[in-house]
Design a binder for this molecule. Structure first.
Ligand SMILES: Cc1ncc(COP(=O)(O)O)c(C=O)c1O
Length: 398
């Protein structure tokens, strides 16, 4: 029996891509995982979650275990709405769809708006799992380079203008991570955010604004593109993974109701009501503003540590962007193919994500790697950068 006969055209096309998660081989236990885009273990509030679950079950009995029923589920939407209003995004609860993580939001948007021949604009580089999802639905991408001020919207404008003049297909969606970008750590300037909105209106496309790291700024709080979206062209994605716990799998999409309503056709009840009720219970008992402030301080300090280690051990062989928030620093090591030395680096005791996985055109990312400063302790971070520098120097001297 040939399973191929049973797959849809879309599935067959998707299966031509690498399997999910292919970008990272298993990391041995002895390795310091600078590859991990996870919150620090000490910052996952497991004691408070324990209390939240107990309060939830004590008070609501069987309800959180039903398909629907826990009052606390509504707390999540209410919290999201109030927090977005504080960040300048004014919307109604019906304009928010709670999802199983931001990644389900990306998948639902892709299913709803992308046909196999749809053209999607992505940043170069971009979040590798986002790319994986889009590739499940289309093979057609326009890539726009990033610099220290985020997506180069001037380049996007040139491309759009040129395509229009030549009567070529135009993109329907632009996917951007404007604040504390994964993997580069950069933030899009306010002028470019405005410019992108102008382009969306002129060339008639939707913007997917992925703000998974938006709360984790070090000094200046960026204004979401959604806060300036007078034409309602932005589908805004948020997540509780980076600020509370990724295992809960709770995120959301916020957009004009007639844009997000169709997503519910595909979401059905494939989110996690028990996790949402637990999160609701946790949100009721937690001062989230204080928590966000605490997280910002810890991650800012972690970032300082990794940057000073890079300066100390790799200052002469590598360059990087200074992150102003988020989890990651993006390092360029000219003359090194970071995929080729990953196994050796892991044997020496450090892992990272090779740059090529963040690009539609992999060869553009060969000399880059992404280091995370969120997960491991500061002491481990310093030793990991030292180990990495030794592996790299050995190859540069060959
Ligand atoms: C830019 C970006 N978007 C979305 C996600 C996924 O978030 P979630 O855990 O809510 O699915 C991540 C996680 O790494 C991310 O970096």
């Amino acid at each position: 029996m040939n399973p191929e006969l049973f797959f849809t055209k879309n599935t067959k096309a998707a299966l031509k891509n690498d399997p999910p998660g292919e970008w990272m081989p298993p990391v041995p236990d002895y390795c310091i995982p600078l590859s991990a885009g996870y919150p620090a273990q000490s910052l996952v509030p497991y004691n408070e979650m324990n209390e939240a679950v107990c309060a939830l079950i004590d008070e609501e009995k069987n309800l959180p275990f039903q398909y629907l029923g826990s009052k606390r589920v509504n707390t999540v939407k209410k919290f999201v709405r109030e927090r977005l209003v504080e960040r300048g995004v004014v919307l109604l609860e019906k304009e928010i769809l709670v999802t199983a993580g931001a990644i389900q939001g990306i998948d639902l948007i892709a299913r709803t708006f992308i046909d196999r021949d749809t053209l999607v604009v992505v940043e170069s580089p971009s979040y590798m799992e986002g790319l994986e999802v889009f590739r499940n639905y289309t093979d057609h991408f326009i890539t726009v380079p990033i610099d220290e001020n985020g997506m180069q919207t001037e380049e996007l404008e040139k491309t759009l203008k040129d395509r229009k003049e030549k009567n070529l297909p135009m993109p329907k969606l632009v996917y951007t991570i404007p604040s504390f970008h994964n993997p580069t750590g950069t933030t899009m300037s306010i002028d470019r955010r405005r410019h992108l909105l102008e382009l969306a209106s002129e060339y008639n496309f939707l913007i997917i604004e992925d703000d998974a790291y938006g709360e984790l700024y070090f000094e200046e709080r960026p204004t979401p593109i959604k806060a300036m979206d007078s034409g309602s062209r932005v589908l805004y994605l948020g997540s509780f993974s980076k600020t509370i716990a990724p295992g809960l799998r709770v995120g959301y999409v916020a957009a004009r109701s007639d844009l997000i309503e169709p997503l519910a056709w595909f979401k059905k009840d494939l989110d996690h009501p028990f996790a949402e009720a637990t999160l609701g219970s946790y949100l009721i008992q937690t001062d989230m503003k204080k928590r966000f402030e605490m997280l910002r301080k810890v991650y800012q300090q972690n970032c300082k540590t990794i940057i000073s280690s890079l300066e100390k051990y790799m200052g002469e062989i590598a360059t990087w962007q200074q992150p102003s928030g988020g989890y990651f620093v993006w390092v360029n090591i000219p003359g090194i193919n970071t995929s080729e030395i990953l196994v050796e680096a892991m044997q020496a005791g450090v892992s990272y994500v090779p740059g090529k996985h963040f690009f539609v055109h992999e060869q553009e990312g060969l000399s880059y790697l992404r280091l995370s400063f969120s997960f491991v302790s500061r002491e481990e971070m310093v030793s990991a950068v030292e180990i990495l520098s030794q592996v790299v120097k050995k190859h540069l001297n060959k």
